[in-house]
Design a protein around this ligand. Structure first.
Ligand SMILES: [Zn+2]
Length: 100
């Protein structure tokens, strides 16, 4: 690994930390404002088009980038077909909420 690549990696990591802090700050502001913060068991709306989402059957096929619906909950947008699941972002939000 060259010095230059090493530096670029550190920069990426820094940016990730900043974004994480911003999310936490936003959540804390909401909590201070008296908003009850909790994560739903499942998404109710598509994050891309706001359409309704439906459960993906455990034996249904999903795109390669999506997890196996037999192993964890996967949902699909009825309108645009986008798949959703509780991924790393979900875990990060859950941890941020727990830290408030
Ligand atoms: Zn959608």
């Amino acid at each position: 690994m060259t010095r230059r690549e090493h530096g670029a990696g550190e920069e990426r990591e820094e940016r990730g930390k900043r974004e994480g802090r911003e999310v936490t700050d936003q959540l804390r502001e909401l909590a201070d404002a008296g908003v009850a913060l909790s994560l739903p068991d499942r998404p109710s709306r598509c994050g891309a088009c706001n359409g309704p989402v439906e459960d993906v059957a455990p034996d249904a096929s999903t795109p390669a980038h999506a997890p196996d619906p037999a192993e964890q909950g996967v949902w699909r947008c009825v309108d645009c077909g986008q798949h959703f699941w509780k991924g790393s972002h979900w875990d990060r939000v859950a941890r941020a909420l727990a830290d408030l």
